[in-house]
Design a protein around this ligand. Structure first.
Ligand SMILES: Cc1cc2nc3c(=O)[nH]c(=O)nc-3n(C[C@H](O)[C@H](O)[C@H](O)COP(=O)(O)OP(=O)(O)OC[C@H]3O[C@@H](n4cnc5c(N)ncnc54)[C@H](O)[C@@H]3O)c2cc1C
Ligand SMILES: O=C1O[C@H](CO)C(O)=C1O
Length: 588
């Protein structure tokens, strides 16, 4: 810590360094926790650059965290964690071109809310709008529509702070390779600080949800199932039924949806308790599926709900409890085969869908999400790590498993091993943010092919020391990354956290001899508060709540009133880069 304080003292005191050492990070689903040495919340580009320059001098890895909605260990670190929640303002609107330039910490909810004030909207969304814009694009987040690809397809340009501290703009016309690498970056390229996004005129959709036999989904698969602008399917594996939710543009007046069963407190808690019970008596799950989804969507086939809403409200869904999600993208035309085989396996039918694992005594949760996208529809720039099909529409299959009261369900390992086996067999690619774990780096290299090499080349040039690399990247993408840089973080241990998730500890070669506080920090005690709470630092972790620079005298770090705003330049229109690019990217 002394070295860090020493380095900070050498920096420009007019640029604050807002850091705390008492933060415990956990994913939204509480699947993973980690204790960053420093948790830093910058409020300006200069502050972001200061963090990067300090990390380089102090030999630290940096992880950027958005809203922590990725349920795997992608955002875990024992080194420095930076969060842009205080760097999320609207910078510029071009009403004619319908474009928004925003700071990258802006949440999708705020982006849509602000856009509505200008009569605009994001063109597409996934099931939630809690993500930061930079986090959503970093993992190839998607919705469900054959008229749209992944969320990144609407990104027109980005500004990225690289490991040398330079802020570089990239787009299809400027530093194109950097742009293609940054569009789905997995946080491993640098810190995305600004996003220019193509919006559309805000519009309403009329939606309906219909309970149908699974056979109906399979029969209509290649004809009219996906015709409406937005369609998603929630498959109930034991009932062999599905809910088909579909939405189309309308001029009709807003008509709010009726309340739903598990949207209310009785249904919500009943379902939660039934899921918890099924951890001990798994064979009740088919009955739970019948009962819960009957209460939610009706027991007999037919339309169970309709409404007219703004697009950005209509697409959201209630994701209920802590959960594991394992989602894969495969060619749309393989859908009927995938669903038929998985259905046969889950229901213990003869041949088991040709999946070479036993499903005896195994019961899983509902629904399995069935969604689509088409990144070829608009002909926009494809990120190197775009996991959707390059020659036609994509199907996503998402095997959700709830963690009732934060307890892992007993079926997880066998289910996910079999599911991932089938996904590999069908040529699928994983959703990077999710909980896939039976897939090796060699398989990933095969799956992603040359595009992974192209991405890795740009990444390795932009960050030769591995300032933005962690164990998830090495484990998942392996040797395609350069030889291990001094700042790359490796995993040291995972232990059971107080709330049932995993407490992740990492270490850097560059700091081994420093005997850092974070390397030995213990998992928080049961009951310790996380995320905004004040956990007691472990005895080995020196407390470090500091604000360097203009606000050094203030004792409360994140509790600032408006009149304490840092005096920094306000952007009007498109700002100029503080430092315009590095030679390597300007030449590309
Ligand atoms: C309830 C729920 C529903 C979901 N629904 C969907 C869905 O419908 N469709 C779908 O595709 N996914 C879905 N997801 C997954 C979610 O969209 C992704 O995990 C997304 O990446 C989360 O965004 P975030 O802001 O929380 O980012 P985080 O999870 O915090 O971070 C994700 C990645 O982005 C990087 N990152 C974040 N900010 C920056 C930055 N400024 N610069 C560089 N890198 C950055 C991080 O380092 C990390 O690698 C869902 C997740 C949950 C929990
Ligand atoms: O990751 C995801 O979680 C929800 C399901 O609960 C969803 O749609 C995802 O995608």
């Amino acid at each position: 810590m002394e070295k860090i304080k020493h380095e900070i003292a050498r920096t420009d005191p007019d640029v604050p360094f807002r850091a705390s050492s008492s933060h415990i990070h956990h994913t939204w689903a509480k699947t993973f926790q980690s204790r960053p040495e420093l948790y830093i919340r910058p409020q300006s580009l200069e502050e972001v650059q200061k963090v990067v320059n300090l990390a380089r001098r102090c030999r630290r890895r940096i992880v950027v965290v958005g809203s922590g909605h990725s349920p795997n260990d992608l955002t875990c670190t024992s080194s420095w964690m930076i969060n842009l929640d205080d760097y999320g303002k609207l910078l510029h609107v071009d009403r004619q071109k319908k474009t928004f330039l925003v700071e990258a910490g802006m949440r999708l909810h705020d982006l849509n809310h602000t856009a509505h004030q200008h009569g605009l909207s994001m063109p597409n969304l996934g099931s939630i709008d809690a993500q930061s814009i930079a986090g959503a694009i970093a993992t190839a987040t998607h919705g469900s529509s054959l008229k749209h690809g992944i969320i990144s397809e609407s990104v027109l340009s980005l500004r990225v702070v690289l490991s040398n501290g330079h802020a570089v703009r990239c787009s299809n016309d400027q530093n194109q390779d950097l742009f293609k690498a940054a569009l789905v970056s997995l946080g491993a390229l640098g810190i995305v600080t600004e996003v220019e996004f193509q919006m559309v005129e805000n519009y309403k959709v009329e939606w309906e949800q219909k309970l149908v036999p699974l056979d109906d989904v399979l029969t209509r698969w290649n004809t009219n199932l996906w015709l409406k602008e937005f369609t998603r399917v929630w498959w109930m594996p034991y009932m062999k039924r599905a809910i088909v939710w579909s939405a189309e543009r309308t001029e009709k007046p807003v008509r709010a949806p009726d309340a739903t069963w598990y949207g209310g407190s009785v249904g919500f808690h009943t379902y939660h308790n039934l899921l918890w019970l099924s951890n001990y008596i798994p064979w009740i799950l088919p009955t739970v599926e019948w009962f819960v989804f009957g209460m939610q969507y009706g027991f007999s086939p037919g339309v169970s709900a309709t409404a007219v809403q703004d697009l950005s409200d209509a697409l959201l869904m209630n994701c209920l409890y802590s959960q594991f999600v394992n989602e894969w993208a495969l060619p749309l035309h393989k859908g009927p085969e995938a669903i038929t085989r998985l259905s046969a396996w889950l229901n213990g039918e003869p041949g088991g869908g040709g999946i070479p694992f036993s499903s005896k005594g195994l019961y899983v949760h509902c629904p399995i999400e069935v969604r689509v996208s088409d990144s070829t529809a608009k002909g926009t720039t494809r990120p190197f790590l775009d996991n959707t099909c390059s020659d036609g529409p994509t199907l996503y299959l998402n095997a959700t498993l709830y963690r009732a009261y934060l307890q892992d369900p007993p079926c997880k390992d066998r289910y996910y091993e079999a599911f991932e086996w089938l996904m590999h067999e069908l040529g699928a690619k994983p959703h990077y943010a999710k909980n896939f774990s039976y897939t090796t780096a060699e398989q990933m290299q095969h799956i992603l092919g040359d595009n992974l090499k192209k991405w890795a080349k740009v990444r390795n040039e932009a960050d030769p020391e591995g300032m933005f690399l962690g164990a998830w990247h090495r484990r998942t993408l392996g040797v395609s990354l350069a030889a291990k840089g001094a700042l790359e973080e490796r995993e040291v241990s995972r232990t059971k956290a107080a709330d049932g998730g995993q407490f992740w500890v990492g270490e850097l070669d560059s700091t081994r001899s420093e005997a850092l506080s974070f390397a030995t920090a213990a998992a928080p005690e049961r009951g310790a508060q996380v995320n905004g709470g004040s956990p007691t630092p472990s005895s080995s972790a020196e407390s470090f709540d500091m604000m360097h620079g203009a606000e050094a005298e203030k004792s409360t770090l994140f509790d600032r009133s408006d009149d304490e705003e840092v005096d920094r330049p306000r952007y009007h229109g498109r700002p100029q880069d503080t430092v315009t690019g590095t030679a390597v990217f300007d030449k590309m």
